[in-house]
Design a protein around this ligand. Structure first.
Ligand code: URA
Length: 197
């Protein structure tokens, strides 16, 4: 796909409403060989303003969660199902998800991550291609074919869910920990304990 040789979509006008509502296309961020890939729903106002996924309140929750398990945001890749902000933050439509699917599949193919973590209902249902009760299923791993390749998908709640339901924080955190383990990411707090010796 020549539109995204370096994994950046720089010009796309497939979704007329999104072209209208966006200020910019928000591409994935992080190493293009990351073992851990987070997939959110789509950019919100902050992401649309800054051009990076998960930089608003949800992003702070994600960053804090990663920090708590000793993983730096710069070690993981973060992207979204759609790269343009939907008007009034509505969910992306089936057609918009389909229009953006190729970009996501190219990103997943290039990375070949150990694990893909879905953040919330929209990315979980998009990648697993079934209904998902996210709160109940968070922490479950499923192998699915994405772009023809088998991939390991770990369901998580959306970081924003922890803001209005504190009981979801524990689920969110333990699923992050599980993800880091599966991806073989070094926990720097373990490391600092070792450094003490
Ligand atoms: N929520 C998402 O799903 N994605 C973002 O980039 C920000 C908030």
């Amino acid at each position: 796909m020549s539109e995204m040789e370096d994994l950046r979509v720089t010009a796309c006008e497939r979704c007329p409403e999104l072209v209208e509502s966006r200020n910019r296309i928000v591409n994935g961020t992080g190493p293009d060989d990351a073992e851990l890939l987070f997939v959110g729903e789509g950019p919100g106002a902050n992401e649309d303003a800054e051009g990076e996924p998960f930089v608003g309140r949800s992003g702070s929750v994600l960053d804090d969660g990663l920090r708590a398990i000793g993983v730096d945001r710069s070690a993981v890749r973060i992207t979204n199902c759609v790269r343009c902000r939907p008007p009034e933050n509505r969910d992306p439509t089936t057609e918009e998800l389909a229009n953006c699917r190729g970009y996501l599949e190219t990103e997943i193919d290039r990375l070949g991550p150990e694990v893909i973590v879905t953040l919330g209902k929209v990315p979980s249902e998009h990648l697993l291609e079934r209904s998902v009760a996210v709160t109940k299923e968070a922490g479950e791993i499923e192998e699915v074919r994405i772009g023809g390749e088998p991939r390991r998908v770990l369901i998580n709640v959306h970081p924003a869910a922890t803001l209005y339901d504190r009981s979801q924080s524990e689920t969110f955190e333990s699923t992050l920990e599980q993800a880091a383990d599966l991806a073989g990411l070094e926990n720097s707090s373990d490391q600092s304990r070792l450094d003490g010796f």
